[in-house]
Design a protein around this ligand. Structure first.
Ligand code: CP
Length: 310
């Protein structure tokens, strides 16, 4: 296993091992350790063709904490602007003895193509509407911290399922651990192959969906991927699918409220609930750092060293 492109590549045991490393890093960090040498001498290139705050920053910070050298490359300031294609860009970066390429790209499948083209380890930081595997890892780690187990949990994912790489990776991961998944959104934003993703229930009724759930993940409306209107107005969307006063009243008091970020306040979640009592959105962001440290470490281990629990 050289790359992390899709949750499909990870077994339950692989994921448990990554979580074990995550837990250890988090504990050591909380105990005051701020610098590790596990990736000393490694070079990491962060190649982002789409905007990012959480993913790019946490991958960079994680690399620096582990002792690696990190360099940022964006499409707007690189030779991509002069017309260089993705293959030539990553082949050029590879020969500079790059150990890791962290790639975010608007094209579904980009990370897979790059992974097969270079010797460097490639981590998918989000490819089009396909996958965002480290987001799913940090989401599951956050749920595990709060609930102890994923087995049998009722998890709802509400919103723009059609364009959501977060939903795809989350369904794959949570199903491996025995969670029951409901996908909910406007009919125009539910992909025709939604059942093939592995969800247990698919619905357009957000009021019914939020009842009796252990976890509700609200998704960002991805206006940048919408070539045509999928709903009438943001206000209508908010009334029908957002977390508002009515819907929070329908939820259990202990339901975890999650969102991968960035949140369109007042659309997917009413402003006062974004960091409110049941929200674990900032825990998700915090855990993103430790999960990404763990993914670097896991991928840098030799195959024989990867079975941490055995
Ligand atoms: N969740 C997530 O991918 O956020 P960013 O776009 O800020 O990285």
């Amino acid at each position: 296993m050289k790359d992390l492109v899709s949750i499909s590549e990870l077994s339950k045991e692989n994921i448990e091992n990554i979580f074990q490393i995550t837990k250890e890093y988090k504990e050591r960090f909380k105990d005051g350790e701020r610098k590790f040498s596990d990736l000393k001498g490694y070079s990491i290139l962060l190649v982002f063709f789409e905007n990012s705050t959480r993913t790019r920053t946490s991958f960079e910070l994680a690399g620096k904490i582990l002792g690696a050298d990190t360099i940022n490359i964006s499409s707007s300031s690189s030779s991509v602007k002069k017309g260089e294609n993705l293959y030539d860009t990553v082949k050029t970066l590879e020969v500079m003895n790059t150990d890791f390429i962290i790639l975010r790209h608007y094209m579904s499948g980009a990370a897979s193509i790059v992974g097969r083209s270079v010797r460097s380890r490639v981590i998918n930081a989000g490819d089009g509407t396909n996958e965002h595997p480290t987001q799913a890892l940090l989401d599951a780690f956050t749920i595990l911290e709060k609930r102890g187990s994923l087995e049998g949990l009722n998890v709802a994912i509400i919103g723009d399922i059609l364009h959501s790489r977060v939903a795809r990776s989350n369904v794959k991961l949570l199903k491996k651990f025995g969670a029951k998944i409901t996908l909910c959104g406007p009919i125009t934003m539910i992909p025709r192959f939604a059942s093939a993703l592995g969800a247990d229930y698919i619905t357009t009724d957000a009021d019914e969906t939020v009842r009796d759930k252990d976890v509700v993940i609200f998704l960002r409306i991805q206006l940048e991927r919408q070539d045509k209107p999928y709903f009438s107005t943001l206000n209508e969307y908010s009334v029908l699918y957002g977390l508002n006063d009515k819907r929070i009243g329908l939820m259990r008091k202990d339901t975890l409220i999650m969102h991968p970020g960035p949140v369109n306040r007042g659309v997917e979640i009413k402003s006062e609930f974004v960091y409110g009592g049941r929200s674990v959105i900032l825990d998700q962001v915090e855990n993103g750092l430790f999960v990404r440290m763990a993914v670097y470490r896991y991928l840098s281990l030799k195959d024989g060293e990867k079975k941490i629990n055995s």
